[in-house]
Design a protein around this ligand. Sequence first.
Ligand code: GLA
Ligand code: ZN
Length: 753
Amino acid sequence: MTSPAPSASAASTPQPEHTPVFDTAARRSAPHELLGLTSPAYGGDYNPEQWDEATLAEDLELMAEAGVNLVSLGIFSWARLEPREGTYELDWLVELVGRLHDAGIAVDLATATASPPAWMATDHPESLPMTADGVRLGLGSRQQYCPSSTVYRERSTALTRVLAERLGEHPGVVMWHIGNEYGCHTAECFCPACAQAFRAWLAGRYGDVERLNAAWGTDFWSQRYTSLEQVTPPAAMPTFHNPAQLLDWRRFCDHQLRSLMEAEARILREHSNLPVTTNFMGDFPATDYWRWADSLDIVSDDSYPDPADPAAAHEVAWAGDLMRGLAGGRPWILMEQAPSAVQWRGRNSPKRPGQLLLWSLARVAHGADGILQFQWRQSRQGAETFHSGMVPHAGRASRTWDEVVATGRALKRLGPVLGEPVRAEAAVVLDWESQWAMSSAIGPVELGERFEAARAWHRSLWETGIATDVVPVGAELTGYRLIIVPAVFIDRPELARHLEQAAAVDAQVVVAGPTGVVDAGAEAVLGGYLGSLRPLLGVRVTDHAALSGPVGPEGFNNDSRGVLVNRLSRAVGTPAAETWTGLEPIGEPLRRVLDRMGSPAPELRAGGWAEEIRVDEAPGDAEAAQSRESAEAVAVFDDRGGGADLAGRPAITRRAVGSAGAAWYVAADLDAVSRAALLTLVCAHARVRPVVADLPDGVEAQRRGEILFLLNHGDRAAEVTGIVGTDLLTGQVCTGHVVLAPRSALVVRENTR
Ligand code: GLA
Ligand code: ZN
């Protein structure tokens, strides 16, 4: 070795690179205050440049009929606003804002930078994005810009400035809509400009090439660099990329996109006091929305659950709880949903009768103070011709229109909900960087790109009726009675500290693997995974055991007759070729839960992966041992299925903490039944109860302040008892017993609680 290797600790303390545009956390108000709303915002994307004057006049009448009070304007208008580079034509937009304002419709004004005009592609072809294979993407769809492009950056900020100067004080504009769905189509670009920007970003992070070498472990496969100039984006390569390089690349790509949004936000701030937002896409994997949210006044979301998915209502709940978390517990705005079908799935199912209103109310129940759709009027040309609109091709004589009007009417009555908080005693921890690190790692298990573990645990809580917050890894956690840490792949010492504090005041902490497997630099945690969570959990993970799923009747040999002659291999067992593994409860409490779930009692099962764990012994010295219980097994692997080689070893453990707290570890990918069983037990310890107990199938309950939402997602009418109050939607008084029609809701201001 010629040059001395820098110490690992120097390399693992890279420069901070995140400075929010403004610290909104402290000063962020509720959207209804910022927007001057007296009932939830209602409306959609409005693209009148696709239509003529007569249609525009009709739009204003129909918007009044539907109760629209907010539209997003100009999202894809750049080509009209700056038809030639540096030549602006804004009069038409100003006139439009005026007409909408006169009609009592407020404008969420886009900075119009989501899709550059043709001149940018033709006059500045280097502004077009490049794929990992070196292909420049062309003009003719949308979002065809490289996030590092100088000309894109100059022209987009110039347009933002022109709009802010001209319309920033117009009484018809109430907020700014920066860009549109950053990263939706172009989340990464491998062009020379991005390569250069990546190197500059790495120089800022590591200072010099030796620290980068240490952080990326470049002694592996002879990847050592002698100059930062040699470093490239992880474009197409012969085989596996360096996981640390991939992880930094994802950080960089997020940073590049975010810096575009922040540059526009800064300009808007200079010229206008209006709140700013950009539309998120739920748990979109490429962008760390915890960071993005810091620079926004209002959190807003685009969400398109598939009506053909029985768990679509969970998607609504998950996105809502996540957005509320991103907004720091405050309300947020649904910026886009489909009035009925989308056009971009293989099969595009329409919303079922009643579902537009039901899901809109579900979003309000999870913290939305505004419900907007994509889009106001269904396009008659272009790629979205067959995406539903609030005004469909058929016009007013349509179910969609009737439902749009009904939804507008219902929302008008929900003024009392505005600003009201959702209070949850359970929390699920979500960490984008961990998702990135897990996706960047080559192995140990495939878990997907979209927080599959977090979604699964959140869904189990939702199916049980328990209100849940979604929180970042850095959050203070005392106050929650139940905290779930699902597949937080990066070891986060701060999280461990907050979990210890919460458990010490009686919270139940449930950690599910694979958690704490690498550090923030993608370097493996040594001495047993779980890292800084080991003292709390009292266990360490010593190995991962992935199940490889069905590979034919004879394992890896797919020739079913081979067994007749393969004397050697036919004697070999392959538990890893199973898709599931069996678990055996230990001790009475979990067994009792299973017994109550059905007869015969369901088995505990897991699939996908399992882990070999060891229980750490309590410290030897008596005093320390007293304050530190060791973990006990709640379930072990049995010899059925893929965990056979782990048979008898702990699969779920529990370590008592303080007087009533506990830290549980789940070393397998539990299935829905097993998660439900475990949560029943854990919730009993946590004394966490459903929002409303004993609800019939299909009915969800959520509360905002004193207002109870009862949402019947099911196909049958449902009866609920014990509801006393006034239904805000109908004005009807509920005196105990209520009946909800299929796909309908009640929003009850309760008077006895
Ligand atoms: C996204 C975009 C919209 C539209 C919809 C269609 O959410 O932001 O412009 O394309 O998808 O579903
Ligand atoms: Zn680029």
